[in-house]
Design a protein around this ligand. Sequence first.
Ligand code: SF4
Length: 299
Amino acid sequence: MTTTLAVGGPTARSPSVVGAARPPNRRAQQITGRTYLSHSQISLMRSCPKKFSFLYVEKAPPDFIPNSLIFGGSIHAALELHYRCKLEGLSVTYEALLSAFHDAWRQQLHKAREAAGHDVPVQFAKNQDVDTAHALAARMITAFLASPLASPKGVIVGIEEELRIILDPQLPDVLAKVDLLTHTDNSLHVIDFKTSRSEWKDQKARESADQLLLYGSTVQKMAQAIDLAVKLHFAVLTKHKAPRVQLLPVTLDDGRIQTLREDVNQIWQAIQSGHFYPSPSPMNCSTCPFKSRCPVFAR
Ligand code: SF4
């Protein structure tokens, strides 16, 4: 389900009406084909605007599909099935969750290849292939099922909820997807799942908090109406040989929301003016599927 909310006012309107009617949404559609900005688009503009352009503006065919992309989405699909069954009062087996992972992995690969327009290969991390990746998924699902996260306290009130957020009237809606929303006696808990090669420290949670802060600021308006506090958490599943499951809190901070609003405004200005410069770095470029067409490497 998609809901549209205005940060600073608990306004909920039909997403189709907002998506079609607001001028910044129409402008975003002209540039990227979408009537919104997503959190991953904002992150990509921050890390490399040229890669953003290849992916969202030029829609250039990639050299490969990073396994990390389809792997994370497929783990999410398995967790989604787990929580949907819990919500319905049904039990679900480990085998069913693993099967959900495999189905999602195949579907996402098919979708990515369709979008690429050719039979693009999957690129795995060093010493990894499809079998080791799927064995890792099995270990991660086992670790998840053994963790307290598999049976969250309180009542599940939302799974994979899409929110379209109006951060500023001059900006397109920002699309955010809340992985899990639960309700305990006096709090609404917003939980975002991540898969990671290493454990997260508090510093990493703080640095990655924008997405959760966006969700929190919108849910806060609804929570206040029923006298509930909002609590934000990252749930991290590591890709270790023996995967670990972490739950890290993030503080809802109004000052940070204001900074985020200004930051997104600047990013939107750059997108509109077509200011898509390459930002090479070992971290950005080593996994970039557009390296073969990037002007930095052509030189
Ligand atoms: S190769 Fe590096 S600089 Fe070029 S688009 Fe990719 S991430 Fe950006």
